[in-house]
Design a protein around this ligand. Structure first.
Ligand SMILES: Nc1ncnc2c1ncn2[C@@H]1O[C@H](COP(=O)(O)OP(=O)(O)O)[C@@H](O)[C@H]1O
Ligand code: SF4
Ligand SMILES: [Mg+2]
Length: 325
């Protein structure tokens, strides 16, 4: 690793208590995130990928300080975000922003888009008056919209344009990190690549880092530097993006990749998709040993007894499987 990490997540756990009965007694916990570690360097894109319910959004919320970790550490630009308070916490929050999946509910329908985009600048008392209006115009141009759009309301825009507005608002405070939580999943397929290209251009221009969350491996292929594959609250494989797609090592990553259609029809016909048996176990009652063992095509007795550690098998590639490498 060359530059010092911007974000350093160490052994992060977020367990939600399960309460029952009249006295709301805690009877168990949902282990939404169960001991994950990763780092993001300045200007880098780290993707978190996995099926719905594996803990991606919870991880994003914990990184942003919106969800309190049960254990572990989130260090941002060298400061421990899990214990920061007051002015330091406000400063860290300015440097991290989020873009949600649904651009329809992310913008207040009563505000003009100029008011929405300028809101963080007003709240954090960065700009007001003419300087604020100028910055809003600049942000609109930056995301490919026109400055005169500032006086319009969200309903006058398409889904793709609204996601541009949400991105403009996220950029207003010049953050160092943006958590993009399924930013194109709610959009028409035809506009998805436009938004992904915009995010990549903005990164080249502004040097912002992304934690890019997606349930779809094919979406992250071209825009991420590194990918972490999540399963049931764990990172089961982490690798540079080209390495992950060329030489996946974890049986779960292999199964996910085998489901992505290939552009070449001959190669596509020759391919055997790996169908995973059974359902995703509940994070309230995860399997013993390896979390993937109930669906793993190559599981052995050892997998039920012993949890595999995430261990390096190649440059930058770490895998949590007893038999990988
Ligand atoms: N506030 C909550 N209380 C209890 N369980 C939750 C809460 N938020 C999420 N979960 C559970 O935690 C797990 C991970 O959820 P989430 O982080 O939203 O996954 P993903 O974003 O990968 O779909 C799921 O089983 C989900 O039902
Ligand atoms: S440790 Fe065992 S169950 Fe887990 S992925 Fe490897 S082979 Fe499969
Ligand atoms: Mg989610």
């Amino acid at each position: 690793m060359t530059a010092a990490p911007l974000l350093d997540v160490a052994d992060l756990r977020v367990h939600y208590p399960i309460r029952r009965g009249l006295f709301r007694r805690v009877v168990g916990s949902v282990k939404a995130v169960d001991g994950i570690s990763f780092a993001i360097r300045p200007g880098e894109t780290f993707a978190l990928v996995g099926e719905s319910g594996c803990g991606k959004t919870t991880t994003g919320y914990a990184v942003l300080g919106l969800e309190k970790p049960t254990a572990g550490r989130v260090a941002f630009a060298g400061a421990d975000f899990t214990v920061a308070t007051g002015e330091e916490r406000r400063r860290l929050q300015r440097d991290m922003q989020i873009v949600f999946q649904d651009p329809y509910s992310s913008l207040n329908p009563k505000l003009t888009v100029g008011e929405s985009i300028g809101e963080p600048l007003l709240v954090h008392r960065v700009l007001h008056g003419k300087a604020l209006a100028e910055r809003v115009a600049e942000l609109l141009s930056l995301v490919g919209l026109r400055p005169e759009h500032a006086t319009r309301h969200p309903h006058e825009f398409s889904g793709g344009q609204r996601q541009r507005l949400v991105i403009a608002r996220a950029l207003s405070l010049r953050p160092k990190l943006i958590v993009c939580d399924e930013p194109v999943s709610a959009l028409d397929v035809s506009v998805r690549s436009q938004i992904l290209n915009l995010l990549m251009e903005l990164q080249r221009e502004l040097g912002v880092a992304y934690l890019f969350i997606s349930h779809d491996l094919s979406v992250v292929r071209h825009l991420s530097d590194r990918v972490g594959v999540m399963y049931l609250g764990h990172i089961v494989e982490e690798a540079p993006a080209d390495r992950l797609f060329a030489a996946p090592a974890h049986p779960y990553t292999k199964a996910l990749l085998s489901a992505i259609p290939l552009a070449d029809p001959v190669a596509q016909r020759a391919r055997q998709p790996i169908i995973l048996q059974g359902d995703l176990p509940s994070p309230a009652n995860p399997p013993s040993g390896c979390p993937f063992r109930t669906r793993c095509p190559i599981a052995e007795a050892r997998c039920a007894a012993e949890a595999p550690a995430l261990r390096p098998i190649a440059e930058g590639q770490r895998v949590a499987c007893h038999f990988a490498g």
